[in-house]
Ligand binder design. Sequence first.
Ligand SMILES: [Zn+2]
Length: 285
Amino acid sequence: MRFTKHKRHRKIVRFYTACFGFREPFKVLCDGTFVHHLVSNHLSPDTSVSNALGASVQLFTSKCVIEELKSLGSSHAQSFHAARKDFKLARCEHEEKESAFNCMIEIIGENNPEHFFVATQDMDLRKKCRKIPGVPVLFGLRNAVFVEQLPSFQREYVKAAEERRLHMTDSEQKLLQKRVKSILNAEELKDSSNAEEEIDEEDLRGQVIASREPRKTDAKDKVQFKRKKAKGPNPLSCKKKTTSSSAPNAGKADKTSSDAKRSRPRKRKRSRTDKSSSRTDGASA
Ligand SMILES: [Zn+2]
């Protein structure tokens, strides 16, 4: 039971992170009924909510909620103190005391830009939140906190938003057509001014098509040029440089394989000079 509950909660949280951009630590806006439920069940607000969401959380309430708890008197005194002490204040614009219900709805707004989870025991508020896009709802049941099942409204809203993103609007389509027309006209004008006399209309059409194709090849050329750059012309030239630079330095000290090629003519030269020297030596002696 417990495992399936966590799995279900994780799935819902993932939906809101993926589709509405919720991010940890999750902000949870709590009303007086929820705070009172936690307090009367001896639940630690922070741990019980973060356990339910399986993530770190920041708990919020509002000035109007605290005022309402205060007005409920001694029966809600403990909840009032907990709300004032342990919860952050979400900003609301109410100068005078507003009902907690209206205050919560106004903080959430039309599409919950602050990405609040709403935590409440109030059935009317829960129903209302189901109809606002991107508002997940938490509620307490006995000694645990639950995430309300994903309403079909939220799923449909996300689907519709995705559809809107995939398809062009009428105005966008008109704009695109206009743009394409102007580009084609400009290209045709260019071609006619470049090669006026010799080409008849059929050739001109061919040129228009051809002039569109080079665009693609231009792009390819650019990519190829980049690739050449990435591979780099250096390795070969560098190797030559290192061998040529190292050869004269190391030529005297090292007898490498490159010396083996040169050894033949050198030997010949030496042998000639040796013979000649020996001859001259012999002649002189
Ligand atoms: Zn308020």
